[in-house]
Design a binder for this molecule. Structure first.
Ligand SMILES: *Cc1c(COP(=O)(O)O)cnc(C)c1O
Length: 379
């Protein structure tokens, strides 16, 4: 009965009796115009004016000094971690309740993830869990934090702003500063989200954003590294463009770089999408308000932004009573062609990550059983 009422409400919001996907891209701006311009220019590959203008605009809207366009969000995270100082055998603190790319980016650097718990209210890395871990295992030697038990350097702390809901940044920054650990934000999902009026991604030494097809705006596939440190930005550009030394015609590479460039063609699409970001944010906020009103009347917990934050409402979520109800609702809604999806399985349960350190994961396990994403596209 309740489940059918939810389906009816969602159908009414999206005004369709057809299949309703979880999140689809919206192309209502100058996408075709800019793509045509890009093709006509012949600059469809890794250099061009759309890459340049994107890099200026992304720095501008995230209130950072520099943005570097890359091929996807995972690559952005991988390079951001490397530039934050993460090297082979180091440890990186992160949350287990996240999309797999967060953990993969750590392992690509041959570093070890340390999976700590999330907060129930943000669904992101808990400053208290980080503090407890460091009180137990942390040790500062000559200004660098080490794990007393493993002997490894704790090289970075990487929170992820789940579904666009910012983590408790002030508290997290305080712990990281105390223990001399650089903060790297996985802001892949949170473009447009604010913490105390400042954009997520602007708090870390260096941070990453994704423009995959399912994110709030898309370049087909793409990502960005953002930072206030111009030197790190220069290095990010260098490393992601095969570490080629500037030269008029010679190929000189003196370091192991990556071909992580975003093609100009994708950047053209992204420029058109960026022009619509404000509109998408308010459009999604309206849907979130409708959901909030409906679900509160039904006694279902709809996840909303916390005080002092503004979420981008990238993927909207409800919290069901328990795993059984969650499973029933997932089956019911998908059978009725309204796409819903459970939150990720915890990273610490995946075969490639089950042998790394994890804490009790109390809140992560609770949320893993209960959180369901519901259709969230721009309408
Ligand atoms: C989407 C996403 C990424 C990776 O982005 P891609 O562009 O798909 O590589 C990284 N972290 C999180 C949390 C994401 O949701």
């Amino acid at each position: 009965m309740l489940h059918q009422e939810i389906i009816d409400f969602i159908r009414n919001e999206f005004k369709t009796s057809d299949f309703i996907p979880l999140h689809v891209p919206t192309f209502r701006g100058r996408e075709k115009e800019l793509l045509n311009e890009c093709i006509d220019s012949t600059y469809v590959s890794s250099i061009g004016k759309f890459v340049d203008s994107f890099e200026r605009v992304i720095a501008d809207i995230t209130n950072t000094k520099r943005g570097v366009a890359v091929v996807n969000g995972t690559a952005a995270l991988q390079v951001a971690l490397r530039l934050a100082g993460v090297a082979k055998g180091n440890e990186v603190i992160t949350q287990s309740l996240t999309f797999v790319a967060t953990a993969n980016a750590i392992l690509y650097n041959n570093a070890h993830p340390v999976f700590l718990d999330v907060d129930l209210d943000t669904m992101g890395l808990s400053p208290k869990a980080v503090e407890e871990f460091l009180e137990q295992y942390g040790e500062i030697r000559e200004g660098t934090c080490f794990n007393k038990k493993t002997g490894a350097k704790i090289a970075a702390c990487m929170p992820m702003h789940t579904f666009g809901f910012p983590v408790h940044l002030d508290e997290l920054i305080k712990v990281c500063e105390k223990w001399h650990i650089p903060l790297v934000e996985d802001a892949a999902e949170s473009l447009g989200s604010l913490y105390k009026d400042k954009p997520t991604g602007s708090f870390g030494e260096i941070s990453a954003i994704s423009f995959n097809g399912n994110k709030i705006i898309t370049s087909g596939g793409g990502g960005a590294i953002i930072t206030n440190n111009k030197n790190l930005a220069d290095q990010a550009k260098f490393l992601t463009t095969t570490a080629k030394q500037p030269h008029a015609y010679e190929y000189v590479h003196n370091e192991l770089g990556y071909n992580f460039r975003m093609p100009n063609l994708n950047a053209a699409l992204l420029n058109a999408q960026l022009e619509q970001l404000e509109g998408f944010l308010s459009n999604k906020r309206e849907l979130a308000l409708s959901y909030k009103d409906f679900f509160s009347k039904k006694g279902v917990k709809f996840r909303t932004e916390l005080e002092n934050t503004q979420a981008n409402y990238w993927l909207m979520a409800i919290e069901l009573e328990n795993k059984k109800e969650r499973d029933q609702f997932l089956k019911y809604s998908n059978d009725k062609k309204v796409m819903t999806r459970p939150i990720w399985k915890l990273m610490c349960k995946l075969p490639m990550y089950q042998n790394f350190y994890k804490d009790g994961q109390k809140n992560a396990l609770f949320l893993e059983d209960r959180i369901v994403n519901i259709p969230s596209s721009v309408r």
